[in-house]
Design a binder for this molecule. Structure first.
Ligand code: AN7
Length: 362
């Protein structure tokens, strides 16, 4: 049977501000699996009846949830006559922008923090032919730079379109994750929607999506649970973090662009935002792989780590609840982190003898 999934813009065209005649730039993103995680539920909330689901966004075309927003942002950029797009990024936005720009045949510039972008993301940006500019500053510095340059360029003849999530089209595309989750749960929102928070675009977009779907189809609304890394938790602390640090480099962000919108979404949903130590992010990251066979990049485990923390401290009662954890990026994005966390492989001589002895002793 032919794969008829057309990508998120066409799949949810009634909910998106694109006309039927718009030429969509798509890689058939979206339609990611919602995986029931029974063993993990039993590990974090034994005997509670928790129904835990994992929205595996790492299976998008460039390996992260960013593709949902990027199809919309690049479609609109082309419609606006842009000849180039630009963004600052911890890596996933950059890789996604690079791919969609290649697809559209336009130029792509990405600013990344030097030495702080995971290998798989850098590799992808280079392969897609983006102009990668490494800056000796943070993501936040890069975002300030691209915001300013785009404002200046607005008077030029060939506009550069900014595709960070301050671009409203990004949120339009990204909200489709909420639609899919409700559809996959049989027309209902979960009780808890748990996700990592960096620049806070995704939590803002998801909330927009849940609200719109509830209005039109009566799915109900989830409560939002956002997780930030302890070393990069400006929203939790209520102040800008000048030098964010975390092993979860994707969310190494000290001054989120969608800060206020995230606070509104948390407030409206009766949600929680919490900080999780790197150690607990990694413990959840390990559980996802070892208990469910799902390999994600470290940042992607932050929603699960936040859920476990809130259950442990009694703030969330898991009894007979449905919770979705959004796994935002694929494990192959950050192979260095994975190898550094694991025991090195055993080496043996290439003989049957050696293998037999190994099997006898383990
Ligand atoms: C795997 O790519 O900000 O709160 O520049 O890559 O919407 O920012 C990445 C963010 C979570 C946080 N998980 O989402 C970038 C960038 C992964 C991510 C987030 C990111 P937002």
């Amino acid at each position: 049977m032919a794969n008829s999934w057309p990508g998120v813009i066409r799949a949810y065209e009634n909910y998106l501000p694109f006309s039927a005649s718009t030429e969509v730039v798509t890689l058939n993103e979206g339609n990611t699996p919602l995986i029931r995680a029974g063993r993990l539920a039993e590990a974090i909330a034994p005997g509670s009846g928790l129904r835990l689901f994992l929205k595996y966004e790492g299976l998008n075309p460039t390996g992260s949830f960013k593709d949902r927003g990027m199809t919309a942002a690049v479609t609109q950029a082309v419609r606006d006559g842009a000849h180039a797009i630009i963004c600052a990024s911890t890596g996933n936005t950059a890789a996604s922008a690079a791919a969609y720009a290649a697809r559209a045949g336009i130029r792509c510039l990405v600013l990344v923090p030097e030495g702080k972008i995971a290998l798989g993301k850098l590799a992808a940006c280079l392969a897609y032919g983006a102009e990668v500019i490494a800056i000796d500053g943070s993501f936040d510095d890069g975002l300030d730079m691209v915001r300013t340059i785009v404002d200046r360029d607005a008077i030029a003849r060939h506009p550069i379109s900014l595709v960070n999530s301050i671009n409203p089209w990004r949120l339009q595309g990204q909200k489709t994750a909420a639609f899919e989750i409700c559809d996959q749960l049989g027309g209902a929102a979960p009780d808890w929607h748990c996700l990592p928070v960096g620049n806070a675009g995704n939590i803002t977009a998801c909330w927009m999506g849940f609200r719109e779907y509830d209005e039109h189809t009566g799915t109900g609304l989830p409560r939002l649970l956002g997780g930030q890394a302890s070393g990069a938790a400006p929203i939790v602390q209520g102040e800008v973090v000048a030098h964010p640090e975390t092993i979860a480099t994707a969310i190494r962000i000290g001054n989120p662009a969608r800060w206020r919108e995230a606070l509104d979404a948390l407030d409206e949903s009766g949600g929680i935002i919490t900080a999780v130590d790197d150690e607990h992010i990694l413990a959840s990251w390990r559980m996802l792989a070892a208990k469910e066979g799902i390999f994600v990049e470290p940042a992607s485990a932050t929603g699960l780590a936040a859920l476990k923390q809130q259950i442990d401290c009694g703030e969330i009662d898991p009894t007979d609840k449905t919770a979705v954890c959004v796994l935002t990026g694929h494990g192959l994005k950050d192979p260095d982190a994975a190898v550094a966390q694991a025991k090195p492989p055993r080496t043996l001589p290439a003989t049957l003898d050696a293998l037999e002895r190994y099997l006898a002793n383990t």
